[in-house]
Write a protein that binds this ligand. Structure first.
Ligand code: ACO
Length: 358
């Protein structure tokens, strides 16, 4: 059990009567006699741009092949944003689906957090663009940049806001347009990434302080800035003045990924007082099927319990976990009450894991 889960907090109620009325029958039951506030998933949504690009399109103009891409990464196709379509557009679509899924209105949200490394503009944040796009006139909104670990970082921040009583409902979005930072001549990177967005709505609900509670049960966040050269973008506002292109030492990233993902997953599970065998679904960052397989093996979790969408989406960075979550819900894989482990690593390096009961 983590410290946050043990903390006693007063549920905000007075100024949220509309939201409370929508909470419905899923409100947690305090069986242990210790009131805790949980950040519970209320709805999920996703958006993928219309254009699907199969591996064959790369093979037609680069020294690569469908066989190489599939065997090294598990990626078969990815979606690319249309000209004029940006990160905020995709984030708004995912957010609208999540609101529809939850059956709530935009103005019942207290905050929007968008995890992205590919914002529309240097500022304002994508989150404020989503706020305006949804027609939301209250609350606060900001972006988080932790590259592929961004969604896991954002979930942990949203949980902290909810447990502290600073927000009651938080929309957490991962949205990326990585196609705008790829070097199309570099076959070692451009075949691996895609565009898209995913969103979840977290809501404060009372829990019993046990691992049977719905909501976020624990998190584990890490960073090691000494590893910046193995995965970075070679441009930026304060250096080149241009966005730049993604650069990666694939083998080095791979090596760090498997070791660190297994370790952060174990840390998060330990904090919740759980073991890998308790998990119904691992929803890993969708970078590479070989990394997903190797992490599953290290954790002792069978592949049937790993949610995988990498074949269809490629690596969508901060969007990959919420996309996989929402798609798995649509597929009927993830159901209310399932215990999930989310884990991700990306540039920084930054990595982390979240344990939550759906
Ligand atoms: N098509 C054909 N050949 C290729 C391609 C390609 N697209 N890309 C590289 N090759 C060649 C290389 O040039 C190399 O040739 P050489 O032996 O003549 O030098 C050969 O294939 C093997 O290359 P490796 O880099 O050793 O291949 P590896 O098996 O390591 O696979 C890969 C490369 C897929 C990038 C792998 O290392 C990997 O997945 N790493 C992790 C990447 C990752 O997860 N990144 C994202 C995490 S963080 C984030 O999401 C931002």
């Amino acid at each position: 059990m983590n410290d946050l889960a043990r903390e006693e907090v007063t549920m905000p109620t007075a100024e949220h009567s509309e939201a409370d009325a929508e909470t419905g029958p899923e409100t947690g039951i305090n069986t242990a006699g210790t009131a805790v506030t949980r950040a519970v998933v209320r709805g999920a949504g996703h958006y993928l741009p219309e254009r699907v690009v199969p591996n064959a399109e790369f093979a037609a103009r680069l020294d690569t092949s469908d066989e190489w891409i599939v065997s090294r990464s598990g990626i078969e196709r990815r979606h690319f944003a249309a000209p004029g379509e940006s990160t905020s557009h995709m984030a708004i679509k995912a957010a609208e689906m999540a609101l529809g899924n939850a059956g709530i209105s935009p103005d019942s949200l207290d905050a929007i957090i968008v995890a992205t490394s590919t914002p529309d503009l240097t500022f304002p944040s994508v989150a404020t663009m989503v706020q305006a796009g949804l027609g939301m006139t209250r609350g606060f909104a900001f972006d988080i940049q932790a590259v592929c670990a961004g969604f896991v970082y954002a979930l942990a921040q949203a949980q902290a806001l909810i447990v502290a009583g600073s927000a009651r409902r938080v929309m957490v979005i991962g949205a990326e347009t990585f196609s705008r930072i790829l070097d199309w001549e570099d076959r070692t990177t451009c075949v691996l990434f895609g565009d898209g967005a995913g969103a979840v709505i977290l809501e404060a609900q009372p829990g019993g302080g046990t691992t049977g509670d719905r909501g976020i049960l624990s998190s584990d966040l890490n960073a090691d800035g000494r590893q910046r050269d193995i995965l970075y973008v070679d441009g930026g506002v304060a250096t080149t003045g241009h966005a730049g292109c993604l650069r990666m030492q694939g083998k080095e990233v791979f090596r760090h990924a498997v070791e660190k993902l297994a370790a952060t997953a174990r840390n998060a599970l330990d904090r919740a007082g759980l073991a890998p065998g308790d998990i119904d679904w691992v929803v890993p960052h969708q970078a590479n099927l070989r990394i997903i397989r190797a992490t599953a093996q290290k954790l002792g979790v069978p592949m049937e319990r790993m949610v995988t969408t990498v074949a269809d989406h490629g690596n969508t960075s901060a969007a990959s976990i919420p996309l996989a979550l929402s798609v798995a819900v649509s597929r009927g894989q993830i159901r209310p009450g399932d215990l999930l482990l989310l884990e991700a690593i990306g540039g920084g390096l930054a990595w982390g894991a979240v344990v939550l009961r759906w």
